[in-house]
Design a protein around this ligand. Sequence first.
Ligand code: UD1
Length: 417
Amino acid sequence: MQKIVVKSGESISGQVQISGAKNAALALIAASLLGAGKTTFENVPKIVDIEMMLNILECLGIEVDQQINGMLTINPDSLKSLVAPYDLVKKMRASNLLIGPLLARYGRAEIALPGGCDIGSRPMDLHLKGFQAMGAEVVVEHGCVKARSRGRLRGEVVYLDFPSVGATENIMMAGTLAQGTTVIENAAKEPEIVDLANYLNSMGAKIRGAGTDVIKIDGVEELTGTHYSIIPDRIEAGTFMVAAAITAGDILIKNVIPKHLDPVSAKLREIGAEIIEEENGLRVIGRDERKATDIKTMPYPGFPTDMQPQMMALLSVSEGTSVVTENIFENRFRHVAELKRLGAKIKIEGRTAVIEGVKKLSGASVQATDLRAGAALILAGLAAEGTTEIGCVSHIIRGYENIVEKFQGLGVDIFWK
Ligand code: UD1
C-alpha cells in the first residue's frame, strides 16, 4: 500500500480548484435510479467512493459511463437486479441510499446492512422506521435489509429523532414516487439535501422545504432522467482553507459556495485567519499568530463533524487551550493518537478533546484511521518540522480527488511513496 509523504510546509500559496461534493454525488447517483431514461451529471469527483457506488450499480445491471472531466452518465433502465452484493456494500455505508429509490420505483430492495465503521456504529434505524411508516415491510435478516412494498409507498408524516442526513435523503427519495404527501419533520438541512431536492425536482418531483427542518414531498407517478451539475465539495474546500491557516499561507479556493462554508469561516476567523470572498472564489490568508478556540460539531448550519479532525490539527498549533466537542459520532477521535505522535498535546474525555497549542509539530510516521483523519494528518504534516509519512492512504483517496497533486500545485513538497 502506498504512503503519502509530506515535507515541512513553508507558507503555501496559489489557487486550487475544488471538485464536486462527494456526499451530494453519492446521493444523486442513488436518486438517478428513480428516473426513466438517462441522467447526465457534471462535476462528479473522481474518487474511490464514487467508483465503489458505480460498481454496485453495475452489479445491478445499470450502465454507467464516468469521464475524467467530471461527466457521468447513468442509464437506470438497464437495471436487472434489486439485490446489491454484500461484498461491495459492506465497504461503503452510502450504498444504503439505494434502498429508498429501489423500493419506491420497483417495490423491493435487498441491501446488506453496512457494517460499523471507524467513527462509530452508525445504525440505520431512522431510515427503516421511515420506510415502515410509508407502508413498506422491512426486515433485517442475516445482516441484510429486505424491504418490500405492495404497490406504491404511502405518503406519511415521518418525524426523525435526529436530523440524520442519510435518513432524510432516503425518505425524501422514497417519497417522490409515493401516493400522497410525505412530510419529513426534524429533517437534516445540509446543502447536500438541498442539492438532492433540486436534482429530484429537475426530474419532475414535487419537493418543498429542503434546507429547512420540514420537507414536504408530493408524490408523482413518474420521474425522468435529466442533466444536472453537482455542488462543490464544502469539506474539500474547508480542508484547503485550513491548509492556508496552518501554514500562514495565502490560497484562492475556486469552485466554492461561500455560504456553505460559513461555520468553517467563522471558526477560522476566530483563530486569526483572514477570509475574503472574491469574484472567483474564497481567498484565505493565514497568520503566524493563531489563537485557540472552542468547537462543537452540530448538524448543519452548525460546525460539520467532517471538518473536526482537520480543525484539530490546526488547533494543535494555535496558542492557548481549545476544547473540541464531537456531538455527531461517538468514536470520532481516532486521529488524536496520530496527532499526538506528531507532538500535539491533546487529552480526551468522553466526547470532548482538550488541546494545548504547541509552537511546532514534528514529523513522524502515522496512519490515516479514516478519510478526514487522513486529511488532518496531511495538514499537521504541513505544520511539522521534518518529514511526515502517512500510511493507510486508501482512506484518503476515498474522498479527495488528486489531493497530492492539488497540494503540489500550491507548492507543497508532498508525494506518493
Ligand atoms: C452523512 C455524511 C457523512 C457526515 C454525516 C454527518 C454521506 C455519504 N455521509 O453520513 O460524511 O459525517 O452525514 O454530517 O452523506 N444515526 C442513527 N440512526 C440512523 C441514522 C443515523 O442513530 O438511522 C446516527 C448516526 O449513528 C450518527 C448520526 O445519527 O451518530 C448522524 O448520522 P447521519 O446524519 O445519518 O450521517 P450519514 O448520513 O451516515
